[in-house]
Design a protein around this ligand. Structure first.
Ligand code: FAD
Ligand code: A2P
Length: 277
């Protein structure tokens, strides 16, 4: 793992329109990094939503992309978890940001991976591949998640172990989170089921989310019943192919897709557009 961390001692004042200052950067692998920026005082969002962020392009126009906010709604700063696409217009540059640099952030949060889009339930399944973990990094740190559900199951799948590390450290930090500890004490530990798997490198748990759902392995491993519309709710975030395949499986279990305006049993959002790198 190529992990490096940098933190700003004193954020300077931004001067671009909609600019925010980078406060820390952490590189997880040669394809993944996370960073934190200052939060506009007026920005209100629901944990799980995404915004447009970017840098000024060489043509003097903002180069913006959709990014899930990985930090919870109550946090003073904003966190993002990002891919590095070698030839990617934005991330070929964004991967070089340093504390003190400016990024552009359009303060108009939107998205379907929000609690309001789900009917009340007993268990919440968070199903992600790759950077699709980002909205769940927000929701896992959101008190409403733990208030609303008896159990929260985080399934995250990547090709290799190092790609799970951001998620693993975040999940492990939940039991020490001051706000969650104050509100829920030991209950977080009892409610959380973490199910990280790899598909192309040996690790304790293996296999695609889809295969582990259809074979019933994840239910057997966690001692849970097969998903059903009476008790289970799900949020899905991965590549288009992943989202389509998971949606089919959830529908076979009897769950129906919901939306902000029509809450039901599960919601889906793309982690990116395209076939992946
Ligand atoms: P682009 O030209 O945007 O992408 C080039 C190609 O790289 C894509 O066609 C695709 O094949 C691949 N690619 C792009 N993003 C990813 C990715 N995340 N994982 C794997 N392959 C990818 N990206 C994040 O890193 N973190 C996020 O939290 C995030 N949230 C998003 C939320 C939504 C709703 C959407 C639609 C996209 C999100 N993305 C996220 C993708 C992001 O918008 C950009 O595509 C990404 O930052 C790459 O930008 P780029 O200009 O370098 O390359
Ligand atoms: P696999 O290695 O079997 O392709 P990627 O890096 O290509 O975005 O994939 C991230 C993870 O998502 C990989 O573990 C990959 O498994 C898995 N994956 C890709 N497509 C699907 C799909 N349609 N259904 C389930 N898992 C998928």
């Amino acid at each position: 793992m190529t992990e490096t961390t940098a933190t700003a001692e004193r954020p300077a004042k931004p001067h671009l329109p909609d600019a925010q200052i980078v406060t820390s950067v952490q590189h997880w692998t040669d394809r993944l990094f996370s960073f934190r920026v200052t939060r506009p005082a007026s920005l209100r969002f629901r944990s799980g939503e995404f915004v447009m962020i970017g840098l000024m392009g060489e043509n003097g126009k903002p180069l913006l992309r959709a990014y899930s906010i990985a930090s919870p709604a109550w946090d003073d700063e904003l966190e993002f978890y990002s891919i590095k696409v070698p030839e990617g217009p934005l991330t070929s540059k964004l991967q070089h940001i340093q504390p003190g640099d400016e990024i552009i952030l359009r303060p108009k949060p939107v998205g379907t991976l929000v609690h309001d889009a789900l009917l009340p339930g007993k268990r919440l399944w968070l199903l992600a591949t790759g950077t699709g973990f980002a909205p769940f990094a927000s929701l896992l740190r959101e008190p409403e998640t733990w208030d609303k559900y008896d159990q929260v199951i985080m399934m995250h799948t990547c090709r290799e172990k190092a790609e799970l590390e951001y998620g693993r450290q975040l999940v492990e930090s939940l039991s020490e989170d001051p706000l969650l500890s104050e509100l829920f004490g030991e209950a977080i530990r009892d409610k959380l089921r973490y199910y990280p798997t790899t598909t192309r490198e040996e690790s304790p748990l293996m296999g695609r989310v889809t295969d582990n759902l259809t074979s019933g392995k994840v239910f057997a491993d966690l001692g849970l019943p097969q998903m059903n519309p009476q008790e289970d709710r799900a949020m899905v975030c991965g590549s288009l192919a992943f989202n389509v395949d998971v949606k089919t499986i959830l529908e076979q279990f009897g769950l129906e897709e919901g939306a902000n305006s029509d809450p039901k049993h599960f919601v889906v959002e793309k982690a990116f557009v395209g076939d992946g790198i």
